[in-house]
Ligand binder design. Sequence first.
Ligand SMILES: Nc1ncnc2c1ncn2[C@@H]1O[C@H](COP(=O)(O)OP(=O)(O)OP(=O)(O)O)[C@@H](O)[C@H]1O
Ligand SMILES: Nc1ncnc2c1ncn2[C@@H]1O[C@H](COP(=O)(O)OP(=O)(O)OP(=O)(O)O)[C@@H](O)[C@H]1O
Length: 581
Amino acid sequence: MGDDIRKQNKGGTIIEIKDLWYTYPGRSEPTLKGVNLKIEEGEFVLLTGPTGCGKSTLLKTLNGIIPYESEGIFSGSIKIMGTEIGDLNQVELSRKVGLVFQNPDDQIFSTTVEDEVAFGLENLCIEREEIDIKVGEALRTVGMLEHRLSSTNALSGGQKQRVCIASMLAMMPEILAMDEPVSQMDPAGTQEILNTVRELNKRMKITILLVEHRLHEIAPFADRIVIMDNGKIIFDQPVHDAFDHLEIFHRLGLRVPVPVELCHTLGIKARPFSAEETFPLLNNRDFKEKTERYITHPDPKKRTNPEGCSAENNELLISLQNVWSGYDKNRMVLKGISLEICRGERVAVMGTNGSGKSTLLLNLASILKPYKGSIKIFGEDTKLKNSYSFAGRIGFLFQNPDLMLFCNSAEEEVMFGPVQLKLENIEERTRISLEAMSILDIKQDLPQSLSRGQRLRTAIASVLSIDPELVLLDEPTTGQDRENIEQMMDYLKNKGYTLVFCTHDIEIAMLYATRILVMSEGQIIADGKGRDVIKNTDILRKASLTQPPVVEIASYLGINAFSITELVEMLANRSCEVVEC
Ligand SMILES: Nc1ncnc2c1ncn2[C@@H]1O[C@H](COP(=O)(O)OP(=O)(O)OP(=O)(O)O)[C@@H](O)[C@H]1O
Ligand SMILES: Nc1ncnc2c1ncn2[C@@H]1O[C@H](COP(=O)(O)OP(=O)(O)OP(=O)(O)O)[C@@H](O)[C@H]1O
């Protein structure tokens, strides 16, 4: 991205936070409770922690949104390159700190992609010609050059995140603070963007502070892992030492890289991040003794059903015949989709950003109608029905949960559906849904004052309180810690819901879906049990998916295993089934 020599002779502390306290207006408890953090120039720091612990709040203090735009009670000191943040004006601050927002809809306000990326540069009074070049470079870097003239309203969730990252890359700030910047991005895109960010960090010495729950994917790119819990920093270690303290990650319900978890289970000291690094540690070794206890008492929650599972009966709930659909009749997004889903199935929809997953879900909810072909839900042709006629039978979660939250408390949100539908046992339904999503303790809170993860769970609880026959969830796992994801998915599974959910998380899809649909360019290119789909590397590549590390490691060893439990069992007894992968 040019300008290589701009950042020579770097060094020294770039961010210094001392005893930072912050209480949001209207709250009695502080959200930040004495945060101390020092970051050196050129570091790549991964900040993680359970949902609602204060990560986004901390990031917002770095570009002055807190306290200058939000009021509240603030004390402590934040220095950027030695200068107290309050002594920097807005232009100086925006040159130093670029913030990628957690919700792209909160960041994007221009009508076209090009204008959005150019906006910050225009404010720095850069020449038009140079702006055009920088906009083009930034869009190319995030894979969005072909969308340069597109309307920002016509982008998918992952495409919007790419544009937000491009806006900040174009500015080339000293510090890039990124709040879950890849949460809605497909796995291949995530890797590409993180490679770019890492390269900028190394080459230009841009300091990175990145908040993520998917630390198992991000850790290999970082220098240091910082963990927050309940408004405080409770852990701060170089990345390679961090996973020597797995008990902290486990206690807080945080995900760790699968190779690390595997080595830990097998009693191997090394902490590899990739399948290639892991393979030599496992090959030709005897793990019988190390794994005996594990195998005698496996954690049933971590087991996948070796056969996958399918609908218990064949009652057809969803039937699509050659469906063509989109937002404009001159540009079809879904291109000839045929599909049947039976009661009791749990179907994960995966694929490249912009491949049509949300569009498919909107059609299943009867919010969008096909231009061509037919969709029958519960045997009814959606073209002949308005979406309200399915109210109570279909529960739908939008990709952006904020679109669904408009009441004065989380409890009211969850009650809203049952009240409108005049259902029975409203209080009981509400309590059960709040509890299932672990938000009973914040039921009185204004939804807009909750963290992203808490808002998402409120929106899901409001879908579940009507106890629909068909649950459609667009990316229900983004921005949540492992504990919350597992609790939510276990609940959906145990209730026996017919579930169709979009996700970029292949491990969760493998664990909970009875079937995976893979989409590419508006078509379904694979449909089957997870363990069959993920063996097809051509399909995965085409859909920007990557094999889960455990499958990769097993492949290196020449065996078929789809979870850590299965792999450990096979390693313990290598004479058992060794099959061609
Ligand atoms: N605008 C606000 N007004 C009042 N309270 C808020 C506001 N924004 C956040 N909070 C509260 O501050 C706490 C921390 O929220 P924050 O968004 O910083 O958490 P987080 O760690 O980023 O969570 P997540 O992982 O879910 O994004 C939460 O309990 C939340 O309810
Ligand atoms: N409201 C809209 N108006 C016009 N075009 C849209 C609209 N929403 C999405 N599109 C276009 O439809 C295509 C498919 O978008 P969709 O949201 O279905 O993708 P997706 O697979 O869910 O992507 P992601 O993984 O990023 O969420 C994209 O090319 C997008 O630009």
